[in-house]
Design a binder for this molecule. Sequence first.
Ligand SMILES: Nc1ncnc2c1ncn2[C@@H]1O[C@H](COP(=O)(O)OP(=O)(O)OP(=O)(O)O)[C@@H](O)[C@H]1O
Length: 249
Amino acid sequence: MSDPILSIRGLKKSFGALTATDDVSLDLYPGEIHALIGPNGAGKSTLIKQIVGEIRPDAGSIAFEGQVIDRLDGAARARRGLARSFQVSSVIPDFTVQQNVMLAVAGAGGHVFRFLRPALSDPGLTGPAQGYIAHAGLTGREQSKASALSHGERRKLEIAMALALRPKVFLLDEPMAGMGLEGAKQLTAILSELRREAPILLVEHDMDAVFALADRITVLVYGRVIATGTVSEIRANPLVRQSYLGEEA
Ligand SMILES: Nc1ncnc2c1ncn2[C@@H]1O[C@H](COP(=O)(O)OP(=O)(O)OP(=O)(O)O)[C@@H](O)[C@H]1O
């Protein structure tokens, strides 16, 4: 196996008496979808926040592309391509799908505009934007305002914008939330494609999506990793079944 792109070792974080991250180690390898699952309050979001530099761990270390990044703040990590995928760029409701994606393309290229409107007809931005829109499954909706999109379409727009940022990893925190059955199916197909662009660390409660997508799964309970393995290993793990999945898994 190649070297991990993201490597977390012995991470610890407490809030007062509560240990939210308890000696967590995890690797994300090129090309994989690694799902992070666990009950509410298990510490998934707290772990993501430490990865992106929003909160500082009490102990442990994070390496990204082979380099320790513990001392880098969130902005410096984002510049290296390590950022939460859906929050770096925020959707502007009054802008069209195409304009929103163009802004993300421009942001990724480090463009600074004095005048926004002329920039939005720049063919250097429209071309790439079109590609990301198609990739995210939104062809035909380019000229719709973001505010007119359905929930599922909006999620696709967020994916197009996440793609435009050309991250080194996708950190996705519950992308299936509120999607409905059909929307979740479509998004599952899109995420499956997304892994070709960059590996994905996927925090998700929708187990159908996790089992369909994940190459490996890490299970957190009370801040501790209780298991890491393939879908079949995790489904068969008695401790996981008992503490999270239930006997029906
Ligand atoms: N800033 C904070 N101050 C105090 N306690 C916190 C803070 N952030 C998180 N916690 C606590 O840490 C624990 C882990 O929370 P976290 O949000 O990481 O869990 P989670 O697995 O993401 O949950 P969910 O699936 O509900 O999103 C919880 O008990 C939570 O109440």
